[in-house]
Design a protein around this ligand. Sequence first.
Ligand SMILES: *Cc1c(COP(=O)(O)O)cnc(C)c1O
Length: 360
Amino acid sequence: MSDSWPLLTVDLAAIEENARRTVEKCAAAGIQVWGVTKGMSAREEIARAMAAGGVAGLADSRLKNLVRLRAMKTGLPLTLLRIPMLSELPEAVQYADRSLISSPGAIEALERACAHSGKTHEVIVMVDLGDLREGVWMDDEEGIAQIAGTLNNCPRVEFAGVAANFGCFGGTLPTREKLIRLENIGRELERETGRPLSLVSGGSTSSLALLEKGMIPSGVNNLRIGEAILLGIDVTNSRSIPWLKQGTMWLEAEIVEIMRKPSAPVGPLGSDAFGGKPRFEDRGLRLRAIVAAGRQDVRIEGLTPELEGVRILGASSDHMILDAEDCPRSLALGDKLKFFPDYGAMLALATSPYVTYKMV
Ligand SMILES: *Cc1c(COP(=O)(O)O)cnc(C)c1O
């Protein structure tokens, strides 16, 4: 198929290399890595690049993505990352090897789904260490005991370990103390259920900073890594990860208009197409380019233009407006401009039906 724009090009070798370096770095600390595919909607080439880089498993938040991963037959175990909807448990049992859970009710429903299909299913208990997304609250002794009791009454649901999130909702950073706390809660569940604590999953990309400092406690033996492998970035700690590759993928969008226009709108002002009241600084006449990509394709706030002197002014559904006055290169109608996405922009690109992919 011929290329069409907006076009997202992905450097698979860079992603494989990021996976390999992450796996090696973690292995040196006794930690296995699961590659998290949701940022790229579990596309097959991406999953295979992670597998080639040596990840010990694949994980995704969406059951639909796990169905796709299962069909790829990579041989790697698959984990459902989002605590499941009760309505998806029958399928979760079929497609995932294990799931993250936080509620006794989900364990009971899982037991029924397993009984129905004659299967067993591993669960990892999510513990909320302060980020305020999913998980049994770390101080909720009663809640933790209740989970243990429910596990004991559900023989087809096998306790496999504990996990925690950081930097997901509350923007919390992982600490050594919190991870020790996580392991201790895991040990408590191990005692109460009589099942071995085989997994202590100490977070995601944001935990790599702690790993670099040698601060991950020895009880932690798993990390679930998406952003670092896909982009080489750690947004929670606001940094590019120095031992990984950035620029692993880029968006190209085509210029459909390039004209010099006033920098402030002319006439009485209402709201923009999204109900916002944009503010403009009058900088006189400026060279502006419009590229054919908009909010239906990407989260524009998460894009960095490749060209020096190009600035993103805003976008509507289908048009992105750029200030190109300070760009030393001369731009013309039909030119393709490159942009590097952050995690949010990648997610939008991956889920937009209007974006074409190229894997190189
Ligand atoms: C998305 C997700 C991850 C991966 O996070 P990254 O920051 O991309 O490494 C890990 N665990 C859970 C539960 C997730 O939802």
